[in-house]
Design a protein around this ligand. Structure first.
Ligand code: PMT
Length: 324
């Protein structure tokens, strides 16, 4: 077995994946992350029984960056606010799952969506005796965010791991997959992060800030290997896998989602269009296309609530089938 990607015999894709990881800069605090993952999985894998979680979900959220310089000043970014991942995390935890939240630094966080964007400055004020207090209009929202968030983390149901670059994201995703391996069908991957398709290999990357005086920039980007294949075939063959397909042209969306479902052997592909992604998504499975919409009669409703309800139902059926 190839220790880099867990595959049994090397295919061209395995070689591409191997070369991606071999040439990536070493992950900072690799051992610390592995320890946190080990403890979290151990805590959340008691024998099935009263109060034990239904499974562990790896939720990925936010966009990966592609650095253009090793001492990075410039980078290519991928669009994702992290709203989908953060909100979905809350519903998975509410449904009894433990969540590993792999998120891009600076993006939306679980339990914080009812707070204003600049929450530190907006929600708090200094009184005359220099004590910090919550401003009245935000009192309820701040209290709820803090208590729900702390309960999830302290209760061992939420582990948050940040990334910035494509190198960090894929190295951590692989570590998560290795840690979750023994969970079998109880492991769920909900891959909402927007992942770069092209990158500059570390070894061919300029060390220092690229100088504009050198004239127009000519740079070759290499294709990032699709990790969905490695995840499904080698890293987590028993896991329940949900990937996302984002398009801006609605005419090609469902066709691309169906292609991804078949090619990467996902259990579900959530198809969304950029402009309507907060209103509706279409869940593509082997034999269905299910339109999932936000309840438009409620101003504070979101599409993630019915989406996670659907996924939880399908995952439970999958676990039952796998246990037979
Ligand atoms: O964060 P929000 O603002 O709320 O927006 C949510 C979202 C629109 C970002 C989210 O719902 C979404 O669609 N995320 C996936 C976007 C995306 O990157 O699509 P893609 O076509 O590039 O990739 C499809 C799948 O392949 C993804 O699940 C991705 O994890 C995976 N992938 C992509 C590239 C790569 N090299 N390897 C991969 O495995």
């Amino acid at each position: 077995m190839d220790s880099r990607n867990g595959s049994v015999s090397e295919t061209p894709l395995d070689a591409e994946i191997g070369s991606f990881f071999d040439s990536a800069p070493p992950l900072k605090d690799c051992d610390g992350i592995a320890k946190k993952l080990k403890d979290f999985i151990e805590f959340n894998s008691p024998p099935p029984g009263k109060g034990s979680p239904t499974g562990v979900v790896c939720v990925t959220s936010g966009g990966t960056t592609v650095p253009l310089e090793q001492c990075c000043v410039r980078y290519i970014d991928n669009f994702s606010s992290g709203h989908r991942g953060a909100t979905s995390t809350e519903y998975f935890i509410k449904a009894g799952y433990a969540v590993i939240f792999l998120y891009r630094r600076g993006t939306f966080q679980p339990y914080c969506r009812s707070l204003p964007e600049d929450s530190l400055l907006e929600c708090f004020e200094c009184s005359d005796d220099s004590a910090i207090q919550v401003r009245q209009p935000y009192a309820e929202a701040v209290k709820r965010a803090i208590s729900d968030h702390h309960a999830a983390v302290a209760g061992g149901h939420l582990l948050k791991i940040p990334f910035t670059t494509i190198f960090e994201y894929l190295q951590i995703l692989r570590s998560i997959a290795m840690s979750m391996r023994d969970l079998g069908s109880h492991a769920v991957y909900y891959l909402a992060a927007a992942v770069s398709d092209f990158y500059v290999p570390w070894k061919s990357m300029a060390e220092h800030k690229i100088q504009s005086a050198s004239g127009p920039l000519d740079m070759r980007l290499v294709q990032v290997p699709k990790m969905l294949s490695a995840l499904k075939k080698a890293w987590a063959p028993m896991a329940f896998c949900i990937s996302f397909k984002l398009e801006t042209d609605s005419k090609i969306l469902l066709e691309k989602a169906e292609m991804a479902l078949k090619k990467y052997r996902m259990h579900m592909v959530v198809a969304n269009e950029l402009s309507t992604r907060k209103e509706e998504v279409t869940v593509v499975t082997g034999n269905e296309k299910i339109l999932v919409c936000r309840d438009k009669t409620q101003s504070d409703s979101d599409v993630e609530e019915p989406l996670i309800e659907l996924i939880v139902g399908r995952h439970s059926a999958y676990v039952k089938d796998s246990d037979l």
